[in-house]
Design a protein around this ligand. Structure first.
Ligand code: PLP
Length: 374
């Protein structure tokens, strides 16, 4: 199988497994217990938090561990304990958008910005225009999980600082795929371990700049009461290990592989369009429209031929709907319907990329013949 769906989830890095295996096979560990096993758990937790904080260049007290990025972004949005208007992008992950819908139901005003046609991100000038006297919070993703197009977070964070606005950034699709720094204008960020070869069920929020946050999961004094519930000790150890394995050489290698893949497909197939190709993109995503065919049929053909990709985001791929993100970018429905996302990881090889490209090319040629007789 050639796995090109790494934005849905990634394989566990064997080194991460090694780090957590001894915890799963060892004594029961609850960091809230007073006895010696509890102290051992606390030790694991604290040293992992220190490593994670060092990676992000923040202090351990600025981290809140969660069950994943969905919970993290919900906490950042629904826990935002201030009134005021919110500006965000319509391209955000459903986790953010649905949390915002709840905020609207509670009376909060939200402005959703859509990108200029065929662009994959919101510009600073669009944000400047949308911000009002009563705006308090901005929400933007660092990179889009479906197209890989990057948002100019540095510029937005500068603006947030200048205007004294809170800024939440969804960093999930950028982590391990782009070089970046924690900008002082960012108030809150969310990340997920399973997108970077760490275990599933672990994520985190970085909460800075006196971000006004009220807890959403209560019922325990863990994490200073900011998120109740026994910490996932093995998960956090695995997340810290996965972060330590991110390296910039892998980023440039993935970029090279992704470009090779796109070049080969464009060389051999007419009528293909790579979404966001002219925009700054993270290194691992290629979202391609194969005009004249149904993406869903291609996805099934590829699955049978051993290439695993995605149609829309993993969360919506159960349905036949075209990608919401591509529609928001102004693509006609048929073009969005004809698009598939391929996402690679640092474990994807050149051989796999070459084989996948040939399988895709042949499948598209066959489907076009079937649909149109040519
Ligand atoms: N944000 C983005 C950009 C994502 O791609 C995802 C998952 O696909 C999430 C948030 C949610 O992450 P998790 O699976 O950890 O809940």
């Amino acid at each position: 199988m050639i796995y090109l769906d790494n934005n849905a989830t990634t394989s566990l890095d064997p080194q991460v497994w090694k780090a957590i295996e001894e915890i799963y096979c060892g004594p029961p560990l609850n960091p809230s217990s007073i006895h010696q096993f509890g102290q051992k758990a606390k030790g694991y937790l604290q040293s992992s938090l220190n490593q994670i904080a060092k990676y992000f260049q923040v202090s351990p007290g600025e981290l809140i561990l969660t069950s994943g990025a969905t919970e993290a972004i919900n906490l950042l949005i629904q826990g935002f304990s201030q009134k005021g208007h919110i500006v965000c992008s319509s391209l955000e992950h459903p986790a953010a958008l649905q949390a915002l819908t709840k905020m609207e139901a509670g009376g909060r005003a939200v402005t959703y910005l859509s990108p200029h046609p065929f662009k994959g991100a919101i510009t600073l000038s669009q944000i400047e225009e949308a911000v009002r006297e009563d705006t308090r919070l901005l929400i933007f993703m660092a990179a889009n999980n479906e197209t890989g197009v990057k948002t100019s977070i540095e510029d937005i964070a500068d603006f947030a600082l200048r205007r004294n606005l809170f800024l939440i950034v969804d960093g999930v699709a950028a982590l391990g795929k782009d070089e970046w720094k924690m900008h002082p204008g960012i108030s809150g960020m969310c990340f997920s371990s399973h997108k970077i070869h760490g275990p599933q069920g672990v994520g985190l929020c970085i909460v800075r700049n006196h971000y006004p946050l009220s807890p959403q999961i209560v019922g325990g004094a863990q994490q200073k009461g900011r998120r109740g519930g026994t910490e996932n000790v093995a998960g956090v150890v695995g997340f810290a290990k996965a972060l330590s394995l991110i390296d910039s050489q892998a980023i440039s290698r993935m970029n090279q592989l992704r470009n090779q893949f796109e070049e080969r497909i464009c060389q051999c197939l007419p009528d293909v369009l790579i979404h966001g190709k002219e925009e700054p993109r993270v290194c691992n995503v290629s979202n391609i429209a194969f005009l004249g065919i149904e993406g869903e049929s291609l996805l099934i053909q590829l699955d049978l031929a051993g290439v695993l990709a995605s149609h829309g985001s993993a969360c919506t791929s159960g349905g036949l709907l075209p990608s919401r993100v591509l529609l928001q970018m102004g693509l006609p429905k048929e073009m969005a319907q004809a698009s598939l996302r391929f996402s690679i990881s640092r474990f994807t090889t050149e051989v796999e990329i070459g084989q996948a490209a040939e399988i895709i090319i042949n499948s598209v040629i066959n489907l076009r013949k079937l649909y149109h007789g040519k």
